[in-house]
Design a protein around this ligand. Structure first.
Ligand SMILES: C[S@@+](CC[C@H](N)C(=O)[O-])C[C@H]1O[C@@H](n2cnc3c(N)ncnc32)[C@H](O)[C@@H]1O
Length: 236
């Protein structure tokens, strides 16, 4: 039935691969659809800008999945640039290796980003990340470890960290949080101050990260569903 739908709507094999992995590991994959080419291009915005300096670039992609964003990065990559993609899912990593491993200075690492380290700190010009931070594929401690330590440490001082958030998902999660907070405030004289759940702390933490570090944001409408692309700097 599903296969027939995909054939009728002329869905390509990468979309199908992404959707099947989503059915198997919904939390890790995070979204039933892969990022569109337009999202990939937006994620490469500062990679293109950095290119103006005419020096070899070092790029890290996190959560490469079925390779929709990887393909856009590879279009921008020059021979001298170094590109590393980290993907936790073995099936995705295998097909990424098949497609990209033979390109000069490209390596595909099948690893959990929480256990991964680059050969050297402060080496990346750009980190492009499509991990679904808003769902619980990575623990809150893991997220803090990435944003408080790893990402700032791995980037060059003027390096750019680009990441995504599904617009609908963010709106629903924040709407729900606002309703809960309203009810809590109403009930606090009777019940006393309430503890925030881990998910609420994660939401607040991500909002603070955005507030403090983002210098450019775009809503990409040519993506199913709409997606925000954020560009951040961690060193002022
Ligand atoms: C939302 S999908 C994005 C896939 C692809 N970049 C795209 O745009 O279509 C998130 C990807 O991150 C991977 N992932 C999730 N947790 C990870 C982790 N801890 N380390 C590395 N990759 C992870 C998933 O396997 C999945 O391929």
């Amino acid at each position: 039935m599903l296969i027939t739908l995909f054939v009728v709507f002329n869905v390509d094999t990468n979309t199908l691969k992404h959707f099947c992995r989503f059915l198997m590991h919904p939390l890790d994959v995070g979204s039933p659809t892969a990022c569109s080419m337009y999202t990939g291009k937006e994620l490469c915005r500062f990679l293109k800008k950095r290119r103006e300096r005419d020096e070899a670039l070092s790029i890290l992609e996190i959560g490469a999945g079925s390779g929709s964003v990887t393909r856009e990065i590879i279009k921008e990559k020059q021979d001298k640039d170094l590109f590393v993609a980290v993907e936790k899912d073995k099936g995705f990593a295998k097909s990424l290796k098949k497609e990209f491993d033979q390109i000069n200075n490209v390596s595909i690492d099948c690893a959990d980003i929480l256990d991964w380290e680059p050969v050297q700190d402060g080496c990346f010009d750009c980190i492009i990340c499509t991990l679904p931070f808003m769902n619980e594929c990575i623990s809150f401690d893991g997220i803090r470890n990435l944003f408080d330590d790893k990402f700032p440490r791995w980037l060059k001082r003027d390096g750019v960290f680009s990441f995504v958030e599904l617009s609908l998902y963010g709106t629903i999660a924040r709407g729900w949080l606002a309703v809960k907070n309203f009810c809590r405030n109403m009930l606090s004289p009777i019940l006393g101050p309430a503890q925030l759940s881990e998910y609420e702390q994660r939401l607040e933490y991500m909002d603070r990260i955005k507030e403090e570090n983002i210098f450019h944001v775009e809503l990409v409408k040519n993506n199913t569903p709409d997606i925000y692309v954020y560009h951040a700097c961690f060193h002022g």
